[in-house]
Design a protein around this ligand. Structure first.
Ligand code: PLP
Length: 496
C-alpha cells in the first residue's frame, strides 16, 4: 500500500514520499503530512531483538512506501555506521528517576545527526527515483545544531550544494567553530545579523519565491531543505522512540503494553512530533512532555490554546531551543483541525500577520496528551548541578531543560510512570554553560581548558567532533544582514 503526503496549506497538493523529501516544503509555505499515520504491525517481541538499523527499516518502510527495500536498506546502512561512536546508535541509560535516551553519539554530537546522517541518502535516492537532473541546493536555517549536522551529512555529496544560515550572535562558540571550519567544496556557511526566526523566515521566503525558483531552474538548480520541516528529517526521528520502547522491553523494565512517558526539549517541535507519530503508530506512550526554555511560547500555547509569538526573543544557554515560531507545530494544528488545510491556512495567516492565533476547544481537546512546561536559566543550571552531584552524570543544557521540566511534571501530577528523556546533545557542545552551572569558578578558564576539565570530572572521553575543531582553520567568515540572504545565495550559485 502506498502512503500519500498532503500539504497542510492546500487540500489539492499531494506528493509521494520521495517527492515530499525532494521538495522539502510544499507550495505556499505548507508542510507535507502523511494522509494517515501507519500502524506498526511488527510484534514488540521481534522489535526488542532487533538492531537500531533493523528497527529503522521496520518504521521507515511504512512511511516511505515508494522506496524499494534495497534502496531503503542502502540509505539506513550507510547512515547508521561507524560515524556513530556506539554500535547501538542511540544509548538508553538510567540516571536518577528517568531513562536518558542519548541521541548524541553521531558525527556532530547532537540529536540532529539521527536524521541528518540519513537525509542525504534519502534525498539523492529520491532525486534518482524522480529523474531529477538539477543540482540540489540545500538551504538551511540553523539555531546551531542542524547547520553542522547538515553540513557534515552533505559535504562532498555529488549533485548537491549546501548553504547554511545561522544567527551570528545566537549560537554557542563551539557550535560556531564547528560550522565555520566545515570542509567540502559544496559547503557554504553564512552568519546573519538577526536571530534564528529571522534566518528561518528568510529561508522560507526564498523557498516560496517563484522568480527565484525560475532563475534557479534556468541555471540547473532546485532547492530542498534539511530543516525539520522536511519529512526526510521527521521519519528517521520516529525510529529512536520505537527503539527506546523496544529496549525497555528487552531490559525487562516494562512489560508489553505498559505506558511510558516521554520528555522532549523542544524548539521547532520536530523531535516531539516524532514521538507523537510513534505513539500514533501504536507505541504505548502516555504523556508527551514538551519542555521549553525561557522562550516558552509552547508552554503558553498548551496552557491557553493561544499561540502568541509577540514577545521578546531571549538568548539562553540552550540556543537550539531559542525559537518563537515552532514550524512543526503546524503539522499538529493541521491534524487536530481534521486535516482541513483551509482552517490551518487561516491560522497560519494570522500567525504571519498579527503574530498569534487561537485554536478551537475541539482542537485543544485532541492535544491533551501533551503537557507543556519550561525551565528557567536558573532551573537549567540547577538541574545540571544536582544531576552531577547525585549521579556524576553531566547533562547538556537542552537535556537539563527537559530534566527540570520532568521534575516539575512529577511534582505537579505525582505521575510516576516510567519516563524517557530525550537527551539531545553532548555536554561537550555547550561546555562553558555546563561547567559554569557546576561551578561558576570555571568561567575564568579557556574553552579548550574547560573541555579537558569536563572530560576529567565526567569520566567521558572528549568526543572526536571536538578534537577535530581544536586546531581547524576557519574556512567560512561571511556575515550579512537578514535582508541580504537571497543576494548571497544568488552569488554562490552564480545567478546574480
Ligand atoms: C534542535 C535541538 C533541539 C530542539 O529540537 P526540535 O526538533 O527543534 O524541537 C533540542 N536540543 C538540541 C540540542 C537541538 O539541537
Amino acid at each position: 500500500m502506498s502512503l500519500i503526503y498532503k500539504s497542510t496549506r492546500n487540500n489539492n497538493e499531494t506528493a509521494t514520499a520521495s517527492e515530499a523529501i525532494l521538495r522539502g516544503l510544499a507550495g505556499q509555505g505548507g508542510l507535507y503530512v502523511p494522509t494517515e499515520i501507519p500502524r506498526l504491525e511488527t510484534p514488540f517481541k521481534d522489535l526488542s531483538a532487533m538492531s537500531y538499523q533493523e528497527v529503522a527499516y521496520e518504521v521507515m518502510k511504512l512511511f516511505l512506501t515508494d522506496f524499494t527495500e534495497e534502496e531503503l536498506k542502502h540509505c539506513i546502512n550507510n547512515a547508521y555506521d561507524k560515524k556513530f561512536d556506539t554500535d547501538h546508535i542511540a544509548e538508553l541509560v538510567k540516571k536518577g528517576d528517568a531513562w536518558f535516551l542519548e541521541l548524541f553519539h553521531g558525527a556532530t554530537i547532537a540529536f540532529k545527526d539521527m536524521a541528518l546522517s540519513i537525509l542525504p541518502y534519502l534525498l539523492t535516492t529520491s532525486a534518482k527515483k524522480n529523474k531529477v537532473s538539477n543540482e540540489i541546493v540545500i538551504l538551511t536555517a540553523t539555531s546551531g545544531d542542524t547547520g553542522k549536522a547538515a553540513l557534515a551529512g552533505f559535504a562532498d555529496v555529488p549533485g548537491t550544494k549546501i548553504i547554511v544560515f545561522y544567527p551570528k550572535h545566537g549560537v554557542s562558540p563551539i557550535q560556531e567553530k564547528q560550522m565555520v571550519t566545515q570542509r567540502g567544496a559544496n559547503t557554504y556557511v553564512i552568519g546573519i545579523e538577526g536571530n534564528f526566526d529571522d534566518a528561518q523566515t528568510g529561508v522560507k521566503k526564498m523557498f516560496s519565491d517563484p522568480d527565484l525558483a525560475r532563475e534557479m531552474a534556468e541555471a540547473g538548480y532546485q532547492f530542498s531543505s534539511a530543516n525539520s520541516i522536511n519529512v526526510g528529517r521527521l521519519v528517521p526521528q520516529v525510529v529512536y522512540y520505537v527503539y527506546s520502547y523496544a529496549q525497555l522491553l528487552k531490559e525487562g523494565q516494562i512489560a508489553e503494553g505498559d505506558p511510558v512517558n516521554v520528555v522532549v526539549p523542544t524548539g521547532n517541535f520536530g523531535n516531539i512530533l516524532a514521538a507523537y507519530y510513534a505513539k500514533q503508530m501504536g507505541i504505548p506512550f502516555a504523556r508527551l512532555i514538551c519542555a521549553s526554555n525561557e522562550n516558552k511560547v509552547l508552554f503558553d500555547f498548551f496552557r491557553t490554546g493561544c499561540y502568541d509569538r509577540n514577545r521578546d526573543f531571549i538568548l539562553t544557554s540552550s540556543p537550539s531551543m531559542d525559537i518563537l515560531i515552532s514550524s512543526n507545530l503546524e503539522r499538529l494544528i493541521y491534524q487536530t483541525a481534521g486535516r482541513d488545510a483551509d482552517l490551518n491556512n487561516k491560522l497560519m495567516q494570522e500567525l504571519s500577520q498579527k503574530g498569534s492565533y487561537t485554536v478551537t476547544d475541539q482542537m485543544r481537546s485532541q492535544m491533551e496528551v501533551f503537557y507543556g512546561n519550561y525551565g528557567s536559566e536558573e532551573d537549567t543550571a540547577e538541574a545540571i548541578r544536582t544531576m552531577y552531584r547525585e549521579c556524576g552524570y553531566v547533562m547538556d543544557t537542552h537535556t537539563a531543560v527537559a530534566d527540570s521540566v520532568y521534575k516539575k511534571y512529577v511534582a505537579e501530577t505525582g505521575d510516576k510512570t516510567i519516563t524517557v528523556i530525550a537527551s539531545t546533545a553532548s555536554p561537550f557542545k555547550f561546555t562553558r554553560s555546563v561547567m559554569n552551572a557546576i561551578d561558576p569558578a570555571y568561567d575564568s578558564k579557556g574553552d579548550f581548558e574547560l573541555i579537558d576539565e569536563l572530560s576529567r570530572i565526567s569520566g567521558v572521553k572528549v568526543p572526536q567532533a571536538i578534537e577535530d575543531i581544536r586546531s581547524a582553520p576557519v574556512l567560512h567568515d561571511t556575515v550579512c544582514p537578514t535582508e541580504d540572504m537571497a543576494v548571497h545565495v544568488k552569488k554562490i550559485l552564480g545567478i546574480d
